[in-house]
Write a protein that binds this ligand. Structure first.
Ligand code: CA
Length: 223
């Protein structure tokens, strides 16, 4: 699940990216309104974490523009402004939740999960491949209605393959998504994750196969 973090304090930004990675979120960090708009135009994010005081403008303008474009991507505002009128303005602009700095990381994660679970989010229909079903809003995967519980990286791997089912996903794309924050990727690590995931999918009767496209990457298909 990929999040966009808009934060111009580099220390806070880097710390949040590292902490959120530990909780299973891949985070793109940008430091101003212009970069945020560019990132939002070219990527699909599950959620936006937004600082309000940015060097080239007010973060709330980003929320207003998103809502004007009828985007329903959830936004959590992170800010040092704790005056009640600022909170109200933020929520009126279309933000989903509000967190005043400094905040505990556990609280941020709890708010993110709560916002992602909120019903009525138009994050697209469930993706079905074989007997596998992925709920885009939560990233939950099930087989025949039963939840399929997977270790974090295998779940991320499966989500990417499901979102691009029937198409080849290159090794590079998978490695960048799975090892965002890691210094090195051992050469056989992707293979070992794919092979464990194949085994679990087979055991769960998922009715799919992950094909190896030699020298290129992998492709998920219904059997
Ligand atoms: Ca700021």
């Amino acid at each position: 699940m990929r999040l966009l973090l808009v934060e111009d304090d580099p220390d806070l930004g880097e710390a949040l990216v590292a902490n959120l990675a530990r909780d299973g979120f891949a985070v793109d960090l940008v430091a101003d309104c212009a970069s945020a708009e560019a990132a939002l135009a070219s990527n699909s994010y599950a959620l936006v974490l937004l600082d309000l005081g940015l060097p080239d403008g007010d973060g709330l303008d980003i929320v207003r523009r998103l809502r004007r474009r009828r985007s329903s991507v959830p936004v959590i505002v992170l800010t040092a402004r704790d005056a009640i009128e600022d909170r109200v303005t933020g929520l009126e602009a279309g933000a989903d939740d509000y967190l005043v700095k400094p905040f505990a990381h556990a609280e941020l994660v709890a708010r993110i999960r709560a916002v992602l679970r909120r019903p009525g989010r138009d994050l697209g229909a469930a993706i079905e491949v074989g007997r596998l079903v992925l709920e885009p809003a939560t990233g939950d995967v099930s087989v025949g209605g039963r939840p399929l519980l997977l270790p974090r990286r295998e779940r991320m791997l499966l989500e990417i393959l499901m979102r691009r089912a029937g198409r080849v996903v290159t090794r590079r794309v998978l490695e960048e998504a799975l090892w965002d924050q890691e210094k090195e990727i051992e050469s056989n690590t992707l293979e070992s994750h794919v092979s464990r995931l194949r085994k679990r999918l087979l055991e769960a009767g998922a009715g799919v196969q992950i094909r190896t496209i030699r020298g290129v990457g992998y492709m998920l298909e219904a059997e």
